[in-house]
Ligand binder design. Structure first.
Ligand SMILES: N[C@@H](CCC(=O)N[C@@H](CS)C(=O)NCC(=O)O)C(=O)O
Length: 197
């Protein structure tokens, strides 16, 4: 398996983390966004959106971290990572949606503005990110995991940008239940970290 990757990308980290948890080996192809390698004609053949991560597994090529998590869960993981029973599947999807909305357009963009000077309004992004954090904090008040009482790709998808919130200029001190959940994920066999955690 080949992962088109950048070390500081939280979206790529979702895939590295999940591969660690599943014990999957892969080869890394580094893509330097600062050098606009993601805009080269060769890379746009892999992902017309010009974004990482991209995964190549044999003949299968996929872009978008959520799609890749779904693929890896069903192809290589135990059923609890993405159960197929309709309401259980939909419960996981709710949190994948939060990861791709409040967490991406809020936390990830505030971090990218802070660290890489991307042209997002930090205050607005932080505001949206905090709305996502409030939803997570409430959800985790009396639960260990986001969906179905088991660890799933919902947790993997939400983890990176929440764990990196300090780089988005948001302290997590007041989010006690989120703090416990982050630690729980950090104790999972096969867990891997990334710079900034
Ligand atoms: N929804 C996509 C977002 C991917 C994304 O935004 N990747 C960033 C790196 S973290 C990227 O490649 N940015 C380059 C660009 O958009 O030009 C996913 O989950 O994979």
């Amino acid at each position: 398996m080949k992962l088109y990757d950048m070390l500081l990308s939280g979206n790529c980290y979702k895939i590295r983390l999940f591969c660690g948890l599943l014990g999957l080996e892969y080869e890394t192809v580094p893509i330097d966004l600062a050098k606009q390698e993601n805009r080269s004609p060769e890379f746009l053949q892999l992902n017309p959106r010009g974004q990482i991560p991209v995964l190549q597994d044999g003949e299968i090529r996929l872009w978008d971290s959520t799609a890749i998590l779904v693929y890896l869960a069903r192809q290589y993981g135990a059923p609890h990572w993405l159960p197929l029973e309709p309401s259980a599947l939909a419960e996981v999807m709710q949190w994948l949606a939060l990861a791709q909305n409040e967490l991406l357009y809020g936390l990830a963009r505030a971090r990218a503005a802070n660290l890489f000077g991307r042209p997002w309004d930090i205050g607005q992004c932080q505001e949206l990110g905090k709305r996502g954090l409030a939803v997570l904090e409430q959800r985790l008040e009396n639960r260990e995991w986001l969906a179905n009482g088991r660890i799933s790709i919902a947790d993997v998808a939400c983890y990176p940008y929440v764990a990196l919130a300090s780089q988005a200029g948001i302290a997590l001190d007041e989010y006690r239940h989120i703090g416990a959940w982050l630690q729980r994920i950090g104790r999972q066999p096969g867990y891997v970290g990334m710079p900034g955690l």
